[in-house]
Design a protein around this ligand. Structure first.
Ligand SMILES: Nc1nc2c(ncn2[C@@H]2O[C@H](COP(=O)(O)OP(=O)(O)OP(=O)(O)O)[C@@H](O)[C@H]2O)c(=O)[nH]1
Ligand SMILES: [Mg+2]
Length: 584
């Protein structure tokens, strides 16, 4: 199927032509038929000579209904421009064409209607000249009469040729179905319609709806008036939603593939064409079927920041249109450059931002995004419309390679400084590092740690567990020299002080495995445990505390906690009469 929107001045015969081509009535409302005027969008379809289907979105031409017209053409990539032979080029011919141009519509046809009333030559020449100046370029023209049917076969053939030119839809893309109508069907509930420009919808799909906490579920699908299990782009579709009240959604809302769109109320955009020097401070942004008031903040010569009155699911590269509803004037097209731009707080930030934007063209660019954002989740980039084909550095975090290298260097420096300032601590806590480096997630710190650094017990420090601050290492060497041949004689408290071994130094030495702590201020060299078991095993079993003390050539101060430690480790067992045996 291909979808084409009509465009043209009021009463120039758009609906008559759609009716003649399809046999269907595009003016759905009694009021429209009574007044002989289209007010809101109409929908009709027919089969072309090739066997393909064309669906029309028929728009109103009256100047009051331009917003409805824009909701119709927004999601549609091709236009049928209608000009009446007897009236020629008129104001809404121009305004509709300006809208198509602003949206960058590149495929179209000119139908000069009411050719039974006047020579179509002059109207055709003028219209083709006007259209040639726009994104549509040179378009084929067909003179027709909706009344007599003259020219209709040629128009059908031209529609077939147009369909053949259109780029193939991307059915693997995520769905963003801009709602153009919503209504209730008795017994089925809420139904919305729209033009599916990309992707695929299936009955049972879960979709995201901006502002709704819960996903909405597709209960049924219709296309071209028939129920279907699935619909692939390009298609006109009617979607029946399970459990979604009608007042929850309407024109301008969008049904989305979950997780694929960023809802934003702040975008930086490039103005298309020759931007008016003095854009009004408030305008209406039209994109898809949505129309949202925006505040305009100029940045560069052709770039502005738009603050939207409500968030929309926008992607980098989206085309949209700015219109001044008061002056009835299409101000121009815009191309979205950034859907998550940085705040402009500091002085000079706007000028700096303008320089950044001058480099952007709305084509998603992973390398550039990483350079500008430095660190970002892959899921966030995908939601902006930036395809991700880079390996995450940790979790789903992506990093600019140069920034990541700098962070690695910074981490090494921070750890080194921490170790200098806190020589007795076994490294720098991961969370302190996360804060120093202003990283949003601990997994990033963990990923930045490289040998010889390592993470141990929540801290980043030197890889060697035995690495001791030099003063402590020296004290331990002196303990070994003094007590090496009397391994069960612990240094007295005042000797420990002389050696420079306070509680913190002892703690560091114990963590590094250089000393064994039996009790406060009672330390042995770490090999003492195995030696003690060997000595005690040589005693007649069971043995008393006193026998152990003598065999180990030590004092009660050491023997009591040493035996208790051996008990706890299961090397000895204490019997009911307080004697012990060595467990073999
Ligand atoms: N003689 C003649 N009259 C036509 C032709 N096409 C449309 N008309 C008449 O022109 C008037 C307007 O036609 P519509 O088809 O409603 O025009 P429209 O462009 O859809 O108008 P809006 O939707 O309100 O913008 C009607 O009275 C039609 O009967 C034609 O080819 N020949
Ligand atoms: Mg009409």
């Amino acid at each position: 199927m291909f979808v084409v929107a009509t465009a043209g001045h009021v009463d120039h015969g758009k609906s008559t032509l759609v009716r003649a081509l399809t046999g269907m009535e595009p003016d759905r409302w009694a009021e429209e038929r009574r007044r002989g005027m289209t007010i809101d969008l109409g929908f009709a379809w027919t089969t072309l000579p090739s066997g393909g289907t064309v669906a029309f979105v028929d728009v109103p031409g009256h100047e009051r209904f331009v917003p409805n017209m824009l909701a119709g053409v927004g999601p549609v990539p091709a236009a049928l421009i209608v000009v009446a032979a007897d009236e020629g080029w008129m104001p809404q011919s121009a305004e509709h064409l300006a809208a198509l141009d602003a949206l960058g519509v590149a495929y179209g046809l000119l139908a000069v209607t009411r050719a039974d009333l006047a020579d179509p030559g002059p109207a055709t020449a003028r219209a083709r000249a006007e259209i040639a100046e726009t994104s549509l370029g040179a378009v084929p023209a067909v003179a027709v009469s909706g009344l007599t049917g003259a020219g209709l076969p040629q128009l059908r053939a031209a529609l077939d040729r147009l369909a053949a030119q259109l780029p193939a839809p991307v059915v693997d893309d995520p769905v963003r179905l801009w709602v153009d109508r919503s209504f209730t069907v008795r017994g089925s509930g809420t139904v919305v319609t729209g033009t599916l420009g990309a992707g695929r919808l299936r009955v049972g799909d879960e979709l995201e709806l901006a502002g709704a906490d819960e996903p909405v579920r597709v209960r049924g699908l219709h296309s071209l008036g028939e129920a279907r299990p699935e619909a692939a782009a390009v298609a006109r579709v009617a979607v029946n939603l399970r459990g979604t009240p009608r007042d929850r959604l309407g024109r301008g809302d969008a049904l989305l593939t979950p997780g694929r769109f960023h809802h934003t109320d702040l975008v930086d955009v490039r103005l298309a064409g020759d931007p008016a020097a003095d854009l009004p401070a408030t305008l209406t942004l039209h994109v898809g079927s949505a129309a949202v008031p925006v505040r305009v903040r100029p940045l560069g010569p052709d770039t502005v920041r738009l603050r939207l009155a409500r968030p929309l699911p926008l992607l980098v590269g989206d085309r949209a249109l700015l219109r001044d509803p008061g002056r009835h004037h299409v101000s121009g097209g815009v191309r979205v450059l950034d859907v998550a731009p940085p705040p402009l707080g500091r002085r000079g930030a706007a000028a700096a931002r303008a320089q950044v934007l001058a480099e952007l063209d709305g084509r998603p660019d992973l390398t550039g995004e990483l350079r500008r954002r430095r660190l970002i989740r892959a899921s966030a980039l995908i939601r902006m419309g930036v395809p991700v084909h880079a390996e995450p550095v940790a979790g789903d975090w992506l990093a600019d390679p140069a920034h990541w290298r700098r962070l690695g260097e910074q981490l090494t420096e921070e750890v080194a400084r921490h170790v200098r300032e806190h020589p007795l601590e076994p490294g720098m806590p991961v969370d302190a590092l996360r804060q120093r480096l202003a990283l949003p997630d601990r997994v990033l710190v963990e990923a930045l740690v490289r040998p010889p650094l390592r993470i141990h017990a929540g801290r980043v420090g030197a890889a060697s567990a035995n690495a001791l601050p030099e003063p402590v290492a020296l004290a331990v060497r002196r303990v070994r020299a003094e007590y090496g041949d009397r391994p069960f004689r612990a240094p007295e408290a005042d000797r420990l002080v002389d050696l420079g071994l306070g509680p913190r130094e002892i703690g560091a030495a114990v963590r590094a495995g250089a000393l064994l702590r039996l009790a406060d201020n009672v330390v042995l060299l770490p090999d003492a445990l195995d030696d003690a078991v060997r000595v005690l095993a040589g005693l007649p079993q069971p043995f008393t505390l006193s026998a152990a003390r003598q065999a180990l050539d030590t004092t009660r101060r050491v023997a009591v906690p040493l035996l208790e430690l051996l008990d706890r480790r299961g090397a000895t067992r204490r019997l009911p009469d307080d004697a012990r045996i060595v467990v073999t």
